[in-house]
Design a protein around this ligand. Structure first.
Ligand SMILES: [Zn+2]
Length: 464
């Protein structure tokens, strides 16, 4: 691969904003400073008027994920390609341990899903459904394979939910092996009772998905997760935090110096519960968990991002097509596949509604969408940084580019957009993954299978 010199751009990292050129040799960044001379034969990319940022890292995606006889509509090829179009150059997806099986089997299964398909680098979290006889041993084994984080569910009884003893054992194991527990925090047992009541009363429309999962059920589980982590002496990371109630729990813990972390997603920052009341069955497009909340929650979450009560923006990308998948729940909201598409639009939305709207600085934008997820999940400084030695995962961002988000033009393999018609300013112009241009001016230049598995390090460092 010839050297590449990115010239005349503004380098934006989590720390600072500077005018500098970036020299790339092979897959890595070699030099970052003003006035780098082009080596002979180097490819030159002119970035006048552009931001040169570390590629986005989406720490929460579900590609090719089985769900009740169906599966999420993006696989590792279509999903990672769509991610790249939006400036994301690494993802961390989830392998799912089947009850009564070894975690190694799940890891092998998910490696196979990604092999030959992934267009950008990918890591894997392991969803733990059962610790059984060998679960704790398996966790250590996974850490050696670069699976430095585990997800546990406090929701979805009889499917994914685990009891507090399992959660506490897993947390205690990570206190030793340095991995991070990610929690889906909702009180699944209470929610199951509320759902059963709703169905008995004939309440089957999509809106009841949201009304049966109250914010307090989320806050209670966040509180319990953090308390158990404190007792175990381990950090904890709350996934897809959606409500003010839950945010207050994280803030309270962090104020006491507890290593609790949380992410939120664009849908919780930009959409509210009214979406589920759209006419016909359209509300099903907005059925995911936790649900959308009343409008009052949205500014609180933005404020949480600003104040560092929330550290990461991910997408929880888990697309299901409206026509043939969401329709499964036409007569019963509990049969609607839970999930929505978003992997492509994360940077566009957070840049526009965060940076352009004056809620976040450019540096904070990079921190939330790239640098902090790299740190927390054990990829830093290889990922999430523009500095000598880091992988040349770079987004050349055009802050003036106008885009109307639409299912007609997006690259995700799904027949609707949650953000249909949203007009944003700012988009990825050129995207490099390990030194290779994979997106340029709306053209796809990458190849499926070029994305590599990311072996992530335990003790990522965010809590040291
Ligand atoms: Zn998820």
């Amino acid at each position: 691969m010839p050297d590449t010199l990115i010239r005349n751009g503004t380098v934006v990292t989590a720390r600072d904003t500077t005018r500098a050129d970036v020299l790339i040799q092979g897959e890595r960044i070699r030099e970052v400073r003003a006035g780098v001379a082009a080596p002979s034969g180097a490819a030159i990319i002119d970035a006048t008027g552009m931001y040169v940022m570390p590629g986005g890292i989406d720490a929460h995606t579900h590609l090719d994920m089985p769900f009740g006889g169906s599966k999420s509509s993006d696989d590792f090829e279509t999903g990672t390609r769509a991610a790249a179009f939006g400036g994301t150059t690494s993802i961390v997806d989830f392998a799912i341990q089947g009850r009564g099986t070894r975690m190694r089997d799940a890891l092998d299964t998910w490696w196979k899903k990604a092999e030959g398909r992934a267009c950008i680098d990918y890591g894997l979290h392991m969803i733990v459904t059962d610790l059984g006889e060998c679960g704790l041993e398996d966790m250590d084994d996974m850490v050696r394979e670069g699976v430095a984080s585990f997800k546990l569910f406090m929701a979805y009884p009889n499917v994914l939910m685990v009891d507090d003893a399992t959660i506490f054992k897993a947390l205690s194991q990570t206190a030793k092996n340095g991995a991070l527990i990610c929690m889906h925090a909702e009180n699944g047992s209470v929610i199951a009772v509320i759902i059963a009541r709703a169905l008995a009363e004939g309440k089957t429309a999509p809106i009841y998905h949201a009304l049966t999962r109250p914010p307090r059920a989320e806050a209670e589980a966040v509180h319990r997760a953090i308390a158990m982590a404190e007792i175990a002496g381990a950090p904890v990371y709350i996934v897809h935090l959606s409500s003010e109630d839950a945010l207050n729990q994280v803030r309270e813990a962090r104020d006491r110096g507890v290593p609790a972390f949380a992410e939120t997603c664009p849908q919780y920052l930009l959409l509210s519960i009214e979406e589920l009341e759209r006419p016909g069955f359209e509300g099903a497009k907005y059925v995911f968990t936790p649900p959308l909340r009343p409008k009052e929650h949205l500014p609180k979450l933005w404020d949480g991002l600003k104040q560092d009560h929330l550290q990461v923006v991910s997408t929880d990308h888990c697309p299901f097509c409206f026509e043939d998948q969401k329709m499964l729940g036409k007569d019963d909201f509990t049969k609607i596949p839970n999930g929505g598409p978003g992997i492509e639009n994360r940077l566009q939305l957070i840049h526009h509604y965060g940076v352009n709207a004056g809620k976040l600085s450019l540096n904070r934008f990079v921190e939330l969408t790239s640098t902090t997820p790299a740190r927390i999940f054990g990829m830093y400084p290889r990922k999430g940084e523009i500095a000598p030695g880091s992988d040349a995962d770079i987004v050349i961002w055009d802050p003036g580019a106008s885009l109307t988000i639409s299912a007609k033009t997006h690259h995700m393999r799904v027949d609707y957009s949650m953000f249909e018609g949203f007009q944003v300013k700012g988009n990825a112009r050129t995207v490099l993954s390990r030194g290779e241009v994979i997106v340029d001016n709306g053209q796809w230049k990458g190849k499926p299978g070029r994305g590599a598995y990311l072996k992530r390090a335990a003790r990522g460092g965010a809590w040291r």
